[in-house]
Design a protein around this ligand. Structure first.
Ligand code: GUN
Ligand code: FE
Length: 451
C-alpha cells in the first residue's frame, strides 16, 4: 500500500515492527513485520508488509539507519479519541462523586466552572489536563470548556502548543443554574459564541477547531438552542451536548419542552442533530430515538465511568451499534473519575458484562470491539474518520508506541504470548508507563519536550 506516483514527499519517520489497528471489517487487525512511513506533512505515506528495507529506502528516499525498530514487546497503535471530556472539571477529578447528576452540577460543577473567568486558574488546569490526557494516549479530545470565551480560547492554544488534536467548546447556558453568576443571557451567549468561533478559527491551528456547545436541554432556552443550531449549520461546525443521561433529567426535559415528542426531538427541532453532532451518554434513549440518530448521522459518546460514578444509567452499546449509530468512548471527566481512555475502555467492557449478568441473551462486547470504539469508532463519532482512526495511507499519523514490558511497569509477560495477548494485557493492565511515545499528525508530542 502506498500513494501512487508520489515519491516526492519527504519521509519524516519510518517504523518497522508490529502495528495494531481496527478496520471496518476487523475489530482488530494485527500487522506483523510491517514498515510504515510518515511524510513531512504528518501523513501516512506507506505501509508495507514483509518488504525488503533497503529497496523501500531507495523508493522512498530515507536512510535505513533512520528506521525506528520496534522491539518484541512493542507495537504501534492509533492514538485514542476521547469524544467527551470537560477540561474545566479536571481540577476535581477523582472527587465529588456522591450526588446524582442535577445535584452534582449545582453543588460541585457550576461553582468550579465559574472560576474560569480567572485566566491564571484556567491556564493551570488546562495545561494539566492537556498534558495528562496526551501522556495517557489521547491524541484527539472533544472538550467542553466553560462559558468564558477567553479561557476557552486559551484551552485551544494549549492543545495546539502541546500537540493534541482537539475540538474545543465554549459552553452555552442561559437557564437553570443554581449559581446565579454562572449563566449567560441569551444575546450575550450568542455574541460570545460568535466571537469564540471567529477568534479560534482566525488562529488557524491546523488541528484545533471550535465545536458549538449547548450544555444540555435543561441549561438552554428554546431560543438559545435555535440560535446555536443556526450558527453551527451556517458555519458547518461540529456540535456537542448531553442527552438522556439520567432519568430525572429526561423527565424534566419532557416537562420543559411539552411540544417535543422526546428528548431527541428537542435537539432535532432546533437543528442540532447533524452528521457532525456528538451527544454524550444517551443511556435512556428509546429505539425510536436511536433511529433518529441513525437518520441524522449524529453520534453518541459512551461515558461508562461517569454513568456508574454518578449513578446515571447503563448504555446498551450493542443496541446502539445494531441501530447503526456512530459511537465513540468518552471519559466525561469529572463525572467520570479517570482521564484515561484505557479506563473508558475497561469500564465499557464492565458495563457490557453487567448487562449480560442482568440478561444472559445480551451479546457482550469483545475487547477487540471496544478497542475499535476507542480509536476508529471515536474518529467516526467526531466525523474525523477520513483523517484519523487507523493506519491507512493518506490519513494523519496519530499513533502510540506501546511497550507492554517496561521496567517497573504494571505488566508481566510469559513465554509464548503473541501480539493479541500483548494487546489484551495492555488493554486490561496497562497505563501511561507503557505508552512510551505519542505522535499527533506526525509530530512526536510525548515524551514532552524539555522547556
Ligand atoms: N449534563 C450537563 N452538564 C453536564 C456535565 O458537566 N457533566 C455531565 N456528566 N453531564 C452534564
Ligand atoms: Fe459531560
Amino acid at each position: 500500500m502506498m500513494r501512487q506516483n508520489d515519491t516526492t514527499a519527504r519521509i519524516a519517520h519510518v517504523f518497522s515492527g508490529t502495528f495494531v489497528h481496527s478496520t471496518l471489517q476487523a475489530a482488530v487487525e494485527i500487522l506483523e513485520n510491517c514498515v510504515l512511513g510518515v511524510d513531512d506533512e504528518g501523513k501516512i505515506a506507506f505501509i508495507e508488509k514483509d518488504k525488503d528495507l533497503v529497496s523501500l529506502s531507495k523508493i522512498w528516499g530515507f536512510e535505513t539507519s533512520d528506521i525506528k525498530q520496534l522491539g518484541q514487546t512493542e507495537f504501534l497503535m492509533p492514538g485514542m479519541v476521547d469524544t467527551h471530556i470537560h477540561a474545566s472539571q479536571y481540577s476535581y477529578t477523582g472527587t465529588a462523586l456522591d450526588l446524582p447528576l442535577l445535584e452534582w452540577l449545582n453543588t460541585y460543577t457550576f461553582p468550579v466552572e465559574a472560576k474560569y473567568q480567572d485566566l491564571d486558574f484556567a491556564k493551570n488546569v488546562y495545561t494539566k489536563v492537556v498534558r495528562r490526557t496526551l501522556k495517557n494516549g489521547t491524541t484527539t479530545a472533544c472538550y467542553f470548556a466553560t462559558i468564558h470565551t477567553d479561557a476557552s480560547l486559551l484551552l485551544g492554544e494549549l492543545a495546539d502548543k502541546f500537540g493534541q488534536r482537539a475540538l474545543v467548546g465554549k459552553v452555552c447556558m442561559d437557564c437553570n443554574s443554581a449559581v446565579p453568576h454562572y449563566k449567560e443571557n441569551p444575546s450575550e451567549c450568542k455574541e460570545q459564541t460568535d466571537r469564540f468561533i471567529k477568534e479560534l478559527l482566525k488562529k488557524e491551528y491546523p488541528n484545533v477547531k471550535p465545536v458549538v456547545t449547548p450544555r444540555f436541554a435543561l441549561s438552554c432556552s428554546a431560543s438559545l438552542l435555535s440560535e446555536l443550531g443556526e450558527i453551527a449549520n451556517n458555519n458547518k461546525l461540529h456540535i456537542q451536548s448531553h442527552i438522556s443521561e439520567n432519568k430525572e433529567e429526561v423527565k424534566l426535559v419532557k416537562e420543559l419542552f411539552p411540544e417535543c415528542k422526546s428528548y431527541t426531538d428537542v435537539y432535532l427541532k432546533h437543528n442540532l442533530l447533524t452528521d457532525r453532532t456528538v451527544m454524550a451518554h444517551g443511556c435512556h434513549l428509546t429505539d425510536e430515538e436511536l433511529e433518529i440518530f441513525h437518520e441524522t448521522g449524529s453520534a453518541i459518546s459512551h461515558c461508562p465511568n461517569s454513568n456508574i460514578s454518578i449513578c446515571s444509567g447503563m448504555l446498551n452499546v450493542r443496541n446502539v451499534l445494531k441501530h447503526k449509530v456512530k459511537l465513540g468512548l468518552g471519559t466525561d471527566v469529572a463525572g467520570g473519575y479517570s482521564p484515561s481512555m484505557l479506563d473508558a475502555m475497561r469500564r465499557t467492557l464492565d458495563t457490557s458484562k453487567t448487562l449480560t449478568i442482568q440478561d444472559p441473551q445480551h451479546q457482550t462486547l469483545t475487547f477487540e470491539e471496544v478497542f475499535r470504539l476507542a480509536t476508529l469508532g471515536g474518529s467516526e463519532a467526531l466525523s474525523l474518520d477520513e483523517q484519523i482512526g487507523n493506519f491507512v495511507v493518506g490519513k494523519d499519523f496519530d499513533a502510540l508506541r506501546v511497550n507492554v514490558c517496561v521496567p517497573d511497569g504494571p505488566i508481566d509477560l510469559f513465554p509464548g504470548e503473541g501480539t493479541k495477548v500483548l494487546l489484551e494485557k495492555f488493554f486490561n493492565l496497562g497505563d501511561d508507563r507503557n505508552i512510551t511515545e505519542v505522535y499527533m499528525a506526525g509530530r512526536q508530542v510525548v515524551p514532552f519536550p524539555e522547556t
